[in-house]
Ligand binder design. Sequence first.
Ligand SMILES: [Zn+2]
Length: 169
Amino acid sequence: MLTLTIPRQILDDMVAEARALAPHECCGLLAGKAGQVTHHYKIKNIVATEGGDAANFDEAKLAHLQRLAPEERADIAFVMDAREQSLALKDMRTRNLDLQIIYHSHPHSPSRPSVTDIQNATEFESIRKVLNLAEPLHLIISLEKPTSPVMNAFRITSGEVTKVGYRSS
Ligand SMILES: [Zn+2]
């Protein structure tokens, strides 16, 4: 797999977004071509939205989420707004870009995938095969140390997590 290059401006924007949404998690997609990230798509995290979007959850999960305070809800997971996600993927197709990165923030925890993150990534694997998308990396912005954010990228395939380096430009 090609080493990705991410513009410094996009990295800075993601940190700013993570800080603005804390204690909720932010999430989004990065896309580009031939290992160069060029486009940044911010996607709404519906778990952080009051009430959530019932259509995206099974009943047990929804009932559990509704018992939690918004902060607790944001902390356990992120779920991308399905409509915004599909518009972003459509825009990538129009521009002939590859989905390269799926990112989200960890307001209080380290920059490594949680059990839920690994499950979500594994679920996305089957979807992306149907959609015929390239394999994206998963990037996690950690604000555990507020003044020094950490952004690690990972490959997650079949439940296996491997840290992957990237360049900034
Ligand atoms: Zn996470």
